[in-house]
Every structure is written in C-alpha cells, then in structure tokens.
Ligand binder design. Structure first.
Ligand code: IPM
Ligand code: MN
Length: 347
C-alpha cells in the first residue's frame, strides 16, 4: 500500500477543528483500501508565537519540506508582530510555491449570489503588494514596496495555463486565461507582470488569453460571473478576487486551495481562523476536506480525490446536514460524519 507522509499544521482558531475533520476523511479512505497517511503534526501560528516568541520555527519548515505534502488549517497572522515571523509568507516562500490555485463554483443545493460560476483564481503568493517590504518615511508617511519578478510571474502564469489545459480537457470546452492588472497606473510592475504572462500565453496557443483591469474585472465578475474561467493575478489582486469568486459561489466555507511548486506543495482552506466560532465545534469543515481532495490529486490519487469530492457534493446536495454558514445547524463532526457516510456508501 502506498503511504504518504503528510506534514500537518493545524494552526489557530478553527484550524485544529477542521484539520481533525479532514484527517478523519483521509483515514476513512485508508480503511476503504486507499493509500495510507502518516501525520507529522507541528504547531505554527499565533498560539505558538505566544508560547515561544516564534510563529514558524525552522524545524517546521524542515518537516514541511521532508513531507510528501503539507496540510494547513488556518493561522492568525494579523496578531503576530513582525518579530514573531510571518508563518504563511515564510511557508510560501520556503516551499517555493509561487501560485495558489483557488477554484470557485456554484454547487447544486447551495444558494449563491451567482446563478452559475465555475472559475479558478490562480494567485501569486510570495511577492507583489504583500512582499512585506514596508517602511516608514517619517512619522506621517509609510511605504509598501510592490515587488514583481519575472520568475514568480512566469511560474504563476504557467500554473494558470496548466489549469486552463486541465479544465479544457475535463469539460471539452475552450478555456480562457484572464490576466488581471492595473498597468495604466502600475506601469513598471504590472508592465513586467503582463510581459511575463504574454510570453507564457505564446506557449499555449490553444488557450484563449485576455487581460483585464482589476476594477473592471471585479465588476464583471459580479455582473457576469459565468464569463470567467481561469483568472491569473498578482498577490493582492488575487487575494481579493479569490474571495469575490468564493462569495459569488458557495462562500468561504467551501473554498479550498492548493499551493503547488516545483518541489513542494501545501493545501489549505481559503478561510481564516474565525475566532468568533473557534472552539465551538461548528465550523464548516468542507473547505479543508476539499483542500484534501486537491492534495490527493496532487499526490496522483485521483480516485480518492474524486471520491472525496463526490461525497462532499452529495452531502451538500442532500441538504439534511449542513453547518450554520450554509443555513443549517449541524456541528463540524456531524457534517464530517455525513461525508464519511457518503464515502462509505460509494462502491
Ligand atoms: C489568504 C489569506 C492570507 C493571504 C492572509 C491570512 C495573510 O487572506 O490566504 O487568502 O492573503 O495571503
Ligand atoms: Mn485572503
């Protein structure tokens, strides 16, 4: 039996709760004859910073690199002062992942503002406006450096086109990549980003390629959500648009993500630590469970990935068991039980 070593970083708030649910899903796959999973669990994030003064110690990054994949819950980065480190940024840069892949689509049975949306935001995650290069000019002025490199832009664009190819193959319909920018203002940085994207687009003549201004793109996503396919964006624009897409679709409770680099990869729900409901056992575990499905696909376990996605979709479509964010009253454990029930019911 294939066995995968998974580095697990539950993090803060609802992170550990949703990670426990996701591990039950993986263990059920194993029990059904699927691959085995060994978990190397490490503390990282705000709680660890409070305990030790560091939010992402070096040994955690070493463990993450030693694993076949990393599964992350959520981290309360906003509360960590600069000297406590930057756990998410550190992980993304350390694992050399460049791009976060964030799919959003309407799901049968789940009410959503958009009648029909099926898109994926491919977002650069290591630089851009979130380069963390900030400084004070004087007491009354502060600066943030927006870093764009050809290398990270090219890697992110390649990931976007790879997604487009996969979607084209799966749907049989033509795929399109939309690169998002504000080049009229950010002439140098978005100029370089678009130059890198256009060069990659030439490698993929079968995929339609277009560019849109960030403001117009956000408006069009709200007005014509069904028009979008693969959205390729720098860090901050992609952060915002991936939440817009999730909001138009089924909400953050179902938004999964994959950060895949050349050597390492990590998987996490798009949502944060949700301090208002942390510890209550009522968080929606689906975003993390769907992130696990993306992890299974990355590991080459397509059958397991399909099984998990089908099980989640079946529970959502049935509607009897739903967490509060989806209008129900189920606990995280009950929602997970229902998903495991669907998994066990599959052939
Ligand atoms: C995300 C989150 C993070 C980000 C925050 C918590 C730093 O919002 O993954 O979308 O923007 O990178
Ligand atoms: Mn975000």
């Amino acid at each position: 039996m294939t066995n995968y070593a998974i580095c697990v970083l539950p993090g803060d708030g609802i992170g550990p709760e949703v990670i426990n649910c996701a591990r039950r899903v993986l263990d059920t796959l194993t029990a059904r004859g699927g691959p085995g999973f060994t978990y190397d669990v490490h503390k990282a994030g705000y709680d660890l910073f409070l305990e030790t003064g560091h939010s992402m110690p070096d040994n955690v990054l070493v463990a993450a690199k030693a694993a076949d994949a990393v599964l992350l819950g959520a981290m309360d980065v906003a509360q960590i002062p600069p000297q406590g480190g930057d756990p998410l940024g550190g992980l993304r840069i350390g694992l050399e992942v460049s791009a976060s892949v964030r799919p959003s689509r309407t799901i049968p049975g789940i009410p959503s503002p958009a009648a029909d949306i099926d898109c994926v935001v491919v977002r650069e995650v290591t630089e851009g406006l979130y380069s963390r290069d900030e400084y004070m000019g004087d007491d009354d002025s502060a600066y943030a450096v927006r870093v764009i490199t050809r290398d990270a832009s090219t890697k992110t664009a390649r990931m976007a086109f790879a997604q487009a190819i996969a979607r084209q193959q799966a749907s049989g319909k033509p795929a399109r990549v939309t690169a998002v920018h504000k080049v009229g203002v950010l002439k140098l940085s978005d100029g370089l980003f678009l130059e890198a994207c256009a060069a990659v687009a030439e490698e993929f003549p079968d995929i339609e390629y277009e560019t849109r201004n960030i403001d117009a793109c956000a408006m069009e996503m709200v007005r014509e959500p069904g028009e979008f396919d693969v959205i390729l964006a720098t860090n901050a624009f992609g952060d915002i648009l991936s939440d817009v897409a999730a909001g138009l679709a089924a909400g953050l409770g179902l938004a999964a993500s994959a950060c895949i680099g050349d050597r390492w990869a990590y998987f996490e729900p798009v949502h944060g630590t949700a301090p208002d409901i942390a510890g209550k056992g009522i968080a929606n575990p689906c975003a993390t469970i769907l992130s696990v499905a993306m992890m299974l696909r990355y590991l080459g376990e397509d059958l397991g990935a399909d099984a998990v996605e089908h099980a989640v979709n079946a529970v959502l479509a049935d509607g009897a068991v739903r967490t509060g964010d989806l209008g129900g009253s189920a606990t995280s454990a009950e929602m997970t039980d229902a998903i495991l029930g669907q998994l066990n019911a599959q052939q």
